[in-house]
Design a protein around this ligand. Structure first.
Ligand SMILES: NC(=O)c1ccc[n+]([C@@H]2O[C@H](COP(=O)([O-])OP(=O)(O)OC[C@H]3O[C@@H](n4cnc5c(N)ncnc54)[C@H](OP(=O)(O)O)[C@@H]3O)[C@@H](O)[C@H]2O)c1
Length: 269
């Protein structure tokens, strides 16, 4: 199937992470030119950079810094021209769960700063790039989480940062068309996916059993499940009239198991 992604310039933030890496691989296989970012180590991207030297530009960026995000887009524009698609994928999820009464302001602000402010900054400079380089089409793909929809006890910082992307989606889909008449903004919400971010939970058998009780397909995702939805939304050929939508890739997930059977008692009134 022709996705029309060949030759397109796509930026993937967090390209060194589990989902970003797979998105980058699939985009390159479709013939796209990719600016892929990492924050701490480019190592996961090194082998694909060798194979796709002409088509992949790897850039270090801390997306909490406006200066770094500005420089990222300047470099991307110099290398491959107008960024036509942004996959705003980079985020953190603090490993250790904390009840809100024990969560430090520092943790709350850090998670919001990376996940929400970082996504704001990348989206801001993506739009500035659309303002600078005329073009009909453009696609912004935000990467949220089922935690933004179902919530996640002990992770109010993360779930709030992801829920806020809905507001961004609904606002920016109406702004992008003023810069690119066929511009689109969509949101992909992955559920539990085997990547470095979720590895600790998903290699814990008890935790995984609990998770699978909420998923009719009785399996968690792998990065290619999420990448498929992102590539669909990146493609004007496949999703050219799709904007303002959320695609949840979570095997039909219903929510959370809150208590073990021993912790609940049917009430009589
Ligand atoms: N895995 C899941 O179960 C799951 C579920 C729901 C939603 N998601 C969402 O899917 C997306 C990808 O997650 P993943 O599972 O692939 O996570 P991951 O493997 O931990 O990758 C996260 C990526 O974000 C980058 N990053 C972290 N802090 C950054 C910063 N300050 N500035 C720029 N980049 C930064 C990381 O770079 P470095 O490694 O170089 O620091 C890495 O490339 C995230 O938005 C996540 O919230 C994941």
């Amino acid at each position: 199937m022709d996705t029309g992604l060949s030759g397109k310039h796509v930026m993937v933030t967090g390209a060194s992470g589990g989902i970003g890496l797979e998105v980058t691989r699939q985009l390159l296989a479709e013939g796209a030119r990719v600016t892929g970012t990492y924050n701490r180590s480019s190592q996961p991207l090194d082998s694909i950079k060798k194979k796709w030297a002409e088509h992949l530009e790897v850039v270090k960026v801390d997306q909490t810094s406006e200066d770094e995000v500005k420089l990222l887009f300047e470099q991307a524009n110099r290398t491959f021209g107008r960024v036509e698609v942004l996959v705003a994928n980079a985020a953190i999820s603090p490993l250790e769960g904390k009840a809100i009464q024990d969560m430090s302001l520092e943790q709350w602000e850090r998670t919001l700063r990376v996940n929400l402010t970082g996504t704001f900054l990348c989206s801001k400079y993506f739009f500035k790039n659309l303002e600078k380089f005329a073009g009909d089409s453009a696609s912004l793909i935000l990467v949220g989480s089922t935690a933004g929809f179902f919530g996640e006890a002990w992770h109010v910082d993360y779930s709030t940062s992801k829920a806020a992307l809905h507001g961004m989606l609904m606002s920016l889909k109406n702004e992008i068309v003023h810069l690119a008449p066929k511009g689109r903004v969509n949101l992909v919400n992955p559920g539990w996916t085997m990547t470095p971010m979720a590895e600790e939970a998903l290699t814990n058998k008890d935790m995984t059993r609990r998770i699978l009780q909420t998923i009719p397909m009785r399996k968690t995702a792998v990065p290619k499940d999420i990448a498929g939805a992102i590539l669909y939304l990146a493609s004007d050929k496949l999703a050219g009239h799709v904007s303002g939508q959320t695609i949840t890739v979570a095997g039909g997930m219903e929510g959370r198991v809150l208590f073990t059977p021993a912790e609940v008692e049917p009430n009589s009134d």
